[in-house]
Design a protein around this ligand. Structure first.
Ligand code: A2P
Length: 274
């Protein structure tokens, strides 16, 4: 659906458990000439339990097999977490990163990057990497602008991709906590009405004007189509500024599920280095 609607950036991860279905959709589209492989950009992500050197290669090959591709455009370390929630600290990020560099050497992936990393954790990688840290994918929307991280990434040539651009409407239920619903923000509603767009379209357009790539996710064909209709109009500067001043500023996907008293991350401050 996404490819035929016109999407060209397909964001996957082994933990989403849908790479085989994506392969089943993508491969016929490529074979039928509906889309050319070089025109699409496929990302996948390495899961926490696959951080050991030997597992990195296996995990990447599994994703490639399921996606029916012979290379990924981008492979990201999904979280700065080795193992799952708990005290596991081995291997460290460096070992995993070095194994990911080998995937580039072998031609399995074109570029590598990280997701859910802080500036500090990326600085550590930049101190030893021999290949570019190409992309950082993090949560970004008007309730979590992440401007400091974006500015730092820009200064280092790290491209930023925004996930949950609609404010992660499912997080509150998923993580069982109170959180404001960005899609229902009254300022957003007013701006959307004045522009004749949906609140979701305004948020996706805000992300583009904010200068990042953007990953709108939907299971609904109508929304998949509508979320793409953001390229032939521009949000006026005052509307952009008003959305960029919304409060509160908070992560919806805050990583608290990785904290553990015996682990490397005991607090959110440890996790995000803030
Ligand atoms: P749906 O799949 O029913 O369209 P995330 O923040 O993790 O990226 O999740 C995106 C969420 O936003 C999904 O729950 C998705 O639900 C919802 N969504 C996607 N597009 C729209 C839209 N145009 N209007 C309202 N909700 C949307």
């Amino acid at each position: 659906m996404e490819a035929s609607a016109g999407y060209r950036h397909i964001d996957c991860a082994s933990t989403y458990n849908n790479e085989a279905q994506i392969g089943e959709a993508l491969s016929p589209a490529i074979n039928a000439g509906l889309v050319v492989r070089r025109d699409i950009f496929v990302t996948s992500k390495l899961w926490n339990t696959d951080h050991a050197t030997a597992r990195v290669r296996q995990a990447c090959l599994k994703s490639l097999k399921e996606l029916q591709l012979d290379f990924l455009d981008l492979y990201l370390m999904h979280w700065p977490v080795s193992g799952n929630r708990g005290p596991t600290v081995e291997p460290g990020i460096r070992e995993t990163w070095e194994a990911m560099q080998s995937l580039v050497d072998e031609g399995f992936v074109r570029s590598i990057g990280v997701s859910n990393f802080s500036i500090k954790k990326m600085q550590d990688i930049l101190a030893y990497t021999r290949l570019p840290l190409s992309v950082c994918q993090v949560e970004i929307h008007p309730y979590h602008r992440n401007d400091q991280l974006i500015a730092w990434c820009r200064s280092q040539g790290v491209h930023v991709t925004a996930y949950s651009p609609l404010g992660s409407p499912d997080s509150a239920t998923m993580f069982k906590r109170e959180a404001p619903v960005l899609l229902q923000d009254p300022v957003l509603a007013r701006i959307a009405a004045s522009l004749g767009k949906s609140p979701a379209q305004v948020l996706i357009r805000w992300a583009l004007q904010h200068g990042t790539s953007v990953l709108p996710k939907s299971t609904s064909p109508a929304r998949i189509q509508a979320n793409l209709e953001v390229f032939d109009w521009h949000m006026p500067a005052d509307d952009f500024a008003e959305l960029s001043a919304l409060q509160p500023q908070m992560r919806m996907v805050d990583g608290s599920f990785w904290l553990h008293p015996a682990g490397p991350y005991k607090t959110l401050q440890d996790f995000w280095n803030e």
